[in-house]
Each structure stands twice: as C-alpha cells, then as structure tokens.
Write a protein of this length. Sequence first.
Length: 795
Amino acid sequence: MAKKRTKSKSKKTTTTAKRKLSFKPSKQNKIIFGSLLIVLSIALFFSFMSFYFTWQEDQSMLSQFADRNVEASNLLNKFGANVSHFFMYRGFGLASFVFPFLLAITGLYLFLGLDGKRLIYKWIWGLVGVIWGSIALGFFAADYPLLGGLIGYEMNDFLQDYTGKIGVFLILIFVLMVILVRLFNFTPEGFANFFKRQKQKIKSDFKEEPTVHTKDTPIEDEEDGLILTTEDTAPEKVDTYTHKKDIPPLDEAGLDVNIPEDEESDIALKVEETPVEEEETDAKAAKLVEDFGEFDPKLELGNYKFPTLDLLEAHGASGGITINQEELEENKNRIVSTLKNYKIGIAQIKATIGPTVTLYEIVPEAGIRISKIKNLEDDIALSLAALGIRIIAPIPGKGTVGIEVPNKNATIVSMRSVIASNKFQKAEMELPIAFGKTISNETFVVDLAKMPHLLMAGATGQGKSVGLNAVITSLLYKKHPAEVKFIFVDPKKVELTLYNKIERHFLAKLPDSDEAIITDNTKVINTLNSLCIEMDNRYELLKTAMVRNIKEYNVKFKARKLNPNEGHKFLPYIVLVIDEFADLIMTAGKEVETPIARLAQLARAIGIHLIIATQRPSVNVITGIIKANFPARIAFRVTSKIDSRTILDAQGADQLIGRGDMLYTQGNDVTRLQCAFVDTPEVAKITDYIGSQRAYPEAHLLPEYVGEESGTSLDNDIEDRDAMFREAAEVIVTAQQGSASLIQRKLKLGYNRAGRIIDQLEAAGIVGPFEGSKARQVLVPDMYALDQLLENEAK
Ligand SMILES: Nc1ncnc2c1ncn2[C@@H]1O[C@H](COP(=O)(O)OP(=O)(O)OP(=O)(O)O)[C@@H](O)[C@H]1O
C-alpha cells in the first residue's frame, strides 16, 4: 500500500511538474487576460479619439508624467495623452485605431476560449493594414502629419527619395490590391456584379407596387433562411411592411458573391469546431481516466487467480529428451546405405532430435535428382523398419532433403512444459496457444486471433481431443474470464463436459438454454445464428466507435472514450469449439454450413474465432467454402493420402505416427509438431480450480435468436402473442416511432423477436405497414388509446 501511495504521489508531482512546464494558460487565466485586453482596447480607443481634440493642450505635460499636480485634458488623463502621443503622433497616426481593434479581438478570443490559430492571421493583416494606412495617409495628407503619424511621414519620405511620388503611389495601389484580394477575396467579376446589383436595387426601389406582388414567391423560397422575419412580422395585410421586410432578402439574394463567402466562412468554422469537439471528448476521457483510472474489465472478478502450474503433470518428461547415440548412428548408417544402393551419394548429413521424431537433413551430392529421393520413401521406411517416415524434399528455404524418422522411445511433451516455457509465458499475443513442440524441440506458440479460425482433423484415437484440450488449456492459463468466452459444441457428450464447471467464468450460452455445453445438434443452429447476430452487433459497435477491430475497440473502451450509455461495452473474445463437426454436418447440413461460413468469413475482426474438429475429413464435411476460410489447419494421423490432401492440400498426414504427432499449416508451410499432452484428470483439476473461485452470476449471454420456424405470421391471435407484446406496444406508443430496433434496444430483445413483435403490433393495428427504410407509422396516439384498444380486444 505504502508503495502504491508513494507511487501515486510521485505520479501527481510529475503531472503537476508537467503542468507547470507546459505554458498553456488555464481557462480562468484566459478569461482574466481576455478581459484585461478588452478593457485596454476600450481605453486605447477613447484615448485615441480624445487625442485628436486635446493633443495640442496636452503637449506641454507629456514630459511631466510623474507630477501628480499636472493634469491632462485627454479622457484618460496622462495615461491617455502619453499612449496616444506614442501611437498616434510618434507612430502610425489614424491607422493606430487598428491596435485597439486587434486587442479587442484577441481579448474576445481568449475570453470565449476560441481556437487562436486564426488570430495570428488577423494580427499579420492588421499590422500590414496599419503600415499601409499610415503610409497612405502620410502620402495623401502630407500637410497633416497627425493623420499619418511620424512613421507614416518618415516612411513616405524614405520611399519618395528612392521611387518618387509616382512610385510610392503605385506601391500603395499594389499593396491595396494584395490586401483586397487576399483578405476580401476580391475578384473583378465580383466587383462588376456588385455594381450590377446596386443598379437593380435602385431600379426596384423606384417600382414600388409591382415588387410587392413579385416578392410573394421569393419569400416562400427563402423561408428557410428567414423563419424569424416571416413568423415574427409577416402581417400579410399591410403591404408596406411586407415590402420593408422584403428589402433585406432582396439584398441577400442580389449579392450572390457574398453568399458563397458566407458559406465558406461557415465551412471554415466547422473545420475548426471538429477538432475542438474531439479534443473535448478526449479531454473528457482523459479526465475520467485521471479520476477513476482506466476501465478494468477484470475488476468484477478482481480476485480471480489464474490456474497454477502444479495442476499439470510432468508426464515423466521433466528430464527433457534423452538422446540415444546408438539409435542415431544406426539410423544414419541405414539411410546412407539405402541411398547408396540406389546410387545416391550424400555430401553431408545432420540430425535434429525432436520429442517423437528425429529429422535427418541430407545434402545430396551434386547432380542428384530430388524426385529420386522422394520416390524412395517406402524403401527407406523398409530398410529402417520404421513406420511414419516422412520425406521432405526439399525442406523449404534450406536447400536440404529432410527425412523424419520416429524415435524408438518417444518423449511425451507435457502441457506443463509448454505452459512453463518462456515463449508461452512471454507471448504478447491476443489468444496465445501452445500446441506443443517442433521437431527441433522448440515450444510452438501461435495466436488464435491471427489464424483466425482452426480446423482440426484426424482419425479416431490419434490425439484430436487431447489437441482440443491443449488449445483450451492454453487459453485458460493466459486469459482472465472477462477476456475470453467459450462456446462448446460436443455431440459426443463426453469430451468437453468437464468444462461445465467453469460455465459462469468462461462459457457463453443462449439466454433460454439450461446447459452451456451444447450437445443437441438442433440447438447448435440457434447458437450459430445467435453468434451471427452478435457479430453484426459487434460490427455496429465498431462502426460507431470508428475502429477497425476488437483490439482497437477495447483499447478505446478501456481509455473511457466510448460511452457505455450508448451501448458500448468491453467485448470479450468468443471462441466457438465444435467437436465432431462431421456429425453436425450430417444431421444439420446446410443449416449449419451457412452461418459457419458467414462467421468464418467475417468474424475475424470482431473477436469471434472458430475451432472445428472432425474425425472424417471427407470433402462433403470439409467443403470448399469452409476450407477457404480456415487457413490454419491441423492434421493428426489419417488413414489415407486423400484425407491428408483434404485437410492440408498436401500428403504427409497419413505417414504420421499418431499419439499427438501432427502437421500444422497456416498457408503454405507445413510444420510437424508433437502435440502437448494434457490428460483428462489434469483438465478436471484446472476446471475445479477455476470453478471453485467466485464467478459471474451467470454464463455470458449471447443475443437471443428465435428460429424462423417459430413463425412470423401476421394473424391477430391474442394468445399467440409474445410475452413482451404489451411492453413493446407501450414503448412504441410512448415514443411514437414504430421501429423494431427501438423495441430491441429498450427491451433488450434479439432482432428476430423484435421483428416478430412488430408484425404482431401491425396485426393489432397499433403500427402501420412496413415502409421501407422509414419507421412504421404509429396508429395509436397515446397510452389511453392503447389501453382502450387492448381492452376492447380482450372483450
Ligand atoms: N500429445 C499426445 N502425447 C501422447 N499421447 C497422446 C497424445 N495425444 C493423444 N495421445 C494418446 O492417444 C490417445 C487418444 O487420444 P484422443 O482421445 O485425443 O484421440 P481422439 O482423436 O480424440 O479420438 P476420438 O476421435 O475417438 O475421440 C490418448 O488417450 C493418449 O493416450
């Protein structure tokens, strides 16, 4: 605690230090400084005004500023007389009036807290105007030095020495043009138009009667812009008034050139406002974070303890791989002699020992065909008297030929060893999965979020279920219950039942289902469709948050930049695990294939990931559309080359040795791995450990999905109405807006159910028929009328 306090203290001091260092004035200081400038500008204005009448009288007292007995005639006394003398007489003459103007604007900007970027331009143009004005006045009114000031006079003198009177005149004209063009967007056409309009205006002023009548139509046209004038003072009876009120619109309509200017300045204002708003929301979020800290999704289960390593067994592999030198030598000799028999010379041979297989890398002598070695696969297997030999010719990116030979005594790769590995512990991945070990005995960790879906296949008894458990265990060891939710589909009813214990921590289910683990194939369809709704909802949230994926969304949500009152919430990853996918396809077919394909295609960005396992990797189970969306695939041992091709698009899975020996591909490369072994008692221990801790009140609820077969009939049968019918009717009537999404939001219902209720409301005559993108018309004006209608119906 003490540590924490000192930490937060030091944090505070550093932030205050930062505040002191940054020279950004606070809002209060801005208001004070702004008021000071405004007052100063008023004082200057009156001093300058009064200076023109009193300067002669005050001249004698200028040097006696400190003497309290001496008084000046200037409105602001000695201060006014001195400052005006400085600016008007010694400075820029009449042009000095620009200074109080600039000060007043600056003061206003500060006072109102406006963005000061445009202010710089005002100052630059103001100063240009001052200099131009004082020179021009000095030029045209050389006899009255007070008009141009000393600077105006001297600069004129200076310029005339070099360019003569005409030169100065031309310079003045040129600078005036620059000012007009840059500052007032002056164009010759605009100038000509202006004169034309003036002419028209004068003409129309002379034709009083007809203009009154022709004006009637323009008023309608311009109603939008002139609501106030027409509403407040539109006494149609008195023509003279109408006419008077007509003049301003005529002016505006006449000055076409000015209208775009106004629009432009409007646009400029908008551009300025947006960053201010964003800054404001950012500042709000920063303030919230400062006050309450970042949003912590884990807070609700703040005391949750991650499963410990000792829940896992070492499976006798704590000593690592034991190298049997004799076996190595023997295998090497057999490989070399077999190849020699076929006249294949070897330049070099190297062995890499893995947990289940050893990879012999061969560099053949020059001129040997690779395909020749590849064809000898069976002969080498025969001579080594071993199953599961796989030849990789050539090893991609290495320029060697690999021969994988199973070890006589395979080492079990325990889940404990991979979980404990540095690679897994330090993995900075969203959903890290430790599959097992590679052939070079390295722990193999991949990110499920990047896969983004996984297809697992293999003949029965080859390690699929263990593989699934390894995936789930990896996530349980790395993720808090707030961060990931599982949906299990287990038609065999035995493989995943153990995870029932962590239902209220890690599982997600449909609102009306009793069991979180789905064993009934008909329910899978509802769950998949519900997931599709969840996917659509999440995309909607991402869209409103203006982010591209769940990671960015959650970061933004944690930084409190998204308002929970607008439906934003922390989004956990959802991992859907389907065991025995073939069984599902056989019973439900297209009905599950469509939502699965949809999810597989679209769900990657919003954190829904699918893991599908199947025993039967035939093409009618792993269809093209599914395969296309599952780039990450795992093959355990299969019985035929065809099955291997179906899963991996390559052979090799038929030559695996089983017991967790697997091939993994995520695109092109195929990696041979030994799957980590996690036994059922270990899984039981982990789920017990998690299950015994405090949990959420219930499993994570998915959006409700009402199957189509539940009917969307339009008949007005009161008994068949939805339980929420009355509530929905009240919501609709109160809001006077007939939309399904309103019901969805207010009553927290799924889309389909809300749609069904809307149909029933239509049948009951409460809302009108469907009108495309518009909300339906509400036919009942208020709650009283609704009560009456429903009562009459009941009778
Ligand atoms: N990674 C592994 N390391 C060591 N042995 C393993 C491994 N994976 C599986 N085995 C052995 O293989 C047996 C069968 O594995 P598993 O139950 O995972 O097969 P399966 O493919 O799920 O079979 P089914 O499809 O019939 O459910 C296990 O009981 C275990 O003895």
